[in-house]
Design a protein around this ligand. Structure first.
Ligand SMILES: Cc1ncc(COP(=O)(O)O)c(C=O)c1O
Length: 311
């Protein structure tokens, strides 16, 4: 991780090295936190955070599902994110807001524990590698199933859930694959360890519906809208592993992974990134980098020197 100058912690910008918590923090022991992964991109009009408001709304929803009261409003977190980008001076970065039950009692119930809120930012390149981004990655169906709706609310981006993702991706990596695809308990396709899954078949795009133990990805929503706008029908439904094997194209989406093609699933070749995947990948990159007027409302500009000068 490339360290930058500042971290926003509980309302203040502090030096990177000073952003510390007590080892007795509840979140460390029980994974009782919620977080977001957001990207800011360099655009012709300066640093723009992609769908910041929607990410912060999801953070609020995640907190609500953990009975966690966030001590900051959405507007306060929005302005903190912008301030942090300005303070660190890196226009193109990844933003990581996290809220967790802090130091107090260490019973499993977090009632009464304070809630700490932190926002970090740092430069983060292509999540699954430049080669994978361009030529496609190799994925494997995981032996781990994705947490179900009655295990941990899967629509929450909760820290504890990522033990499930960590086990899956490390298992895949040990087997020589780039990423895991997790199924639901019933055997339907859910998510990658940090991505949503899309299949292209006969010109139609399919993706698991929101009830299939998936995280409601903001990139997923973006891609559905972009794809429909480009004229491709998008169907949200339950999918099974053989839909992947028989697909014309498969790709994964996420803030970190952006739009990453798959070239193999379970050693079954899908082939080079297909034309629809490439069209959507290009449209997504044009959108986040401010080259598309059509979706400009998704960009929230950070108040960097450049943006101020042009205002
Ligand atoms: C399990 C899982 N699914 C999907 C996604 C994609 O979500 P988004 O597009 O909002 O980054 C992520 C990443 O946050 C994730 O961790």
């Amino acid at each position: 991780m490339q360290e930058l100058e500042k971290i926003w912690m509980n309302g203040e910008l502090i030096d990177w090295a000073d952003a510390k918590i007590h080892v007795g923090s509840h979140g460390l022991h029980y994974g009782s936190g919620v977080f977001e992964g957001i990207r800011a991109y360099e655009t012709p009009k300066g640093s723009a955070v992609f769908r910041l408001t929607e990410h912060l709304q999801r953070l609020q929803n995640s907190a609500r599902l953990l009975n966690m009261e966030l001590p900051f409003t959405l507007e306060e977190l929005r302005s903190a994110s912008m301030k942090l980008i300005g303070a660190n001076g890196v226009a193109e970065c990844y933003l990581r807001p996290i809220a967790f039950f802090g130091y107090g009692e260490l019973g499993v119930a977090a009632t009464g524990n304070p809630v700490d809120v932190v926002i970090m930012s740092w430069p983060w390149g292509t999540y699954l590698g430049v080669d994978g981004f361009e030529k496609g990655i190799r994925a494997k169906i995981s032996s781990w199933t994705r947490v179900g709706p009655n295990v941990i609310p899967h629509v929450a981006k909760a820290t504890g859930i990522y033990l499930n993702s960590m086990l899956a991706v490390m298992e895949a990596n040990r087997g020589g694959y780039d990423e895991a695809i997790l199924l639901t308990d019933d055997g339907f396709i859910a998510d990658g360890s940090g991505e949503n899954v899309f299949i292209v078949k006969d010109g139609t795009i399919y993706t698991p519906d929101l009830a299939a133990s998936i995280l409601p990805g903001i990139t997923r929503d973006t891609i559905i809208q972009i794809a429909e706008d480009l004229g491709y029908p998008v169907v949200q439904k339950q999918l099974i592993r053989t839909d992947l094997y028989l697909a014309d194209e498969v790709f994964m989406t996420g803030t970190a992974a952006e739009v990453t093609p798959l070239r193999e699933v379970d050693d079954q070749p899908i082939g080079a990134p297909g034309p629809i995947t490439l069209k959507i990948q290009t449209a997504y990159l044009d959108t986040v980098r401010g080259k598309s007027e059509r979706w400009s409302h998704w960009l929230e500009y950070a108040s960097t020197e450049r943006a101020r000068a042009e205002a």
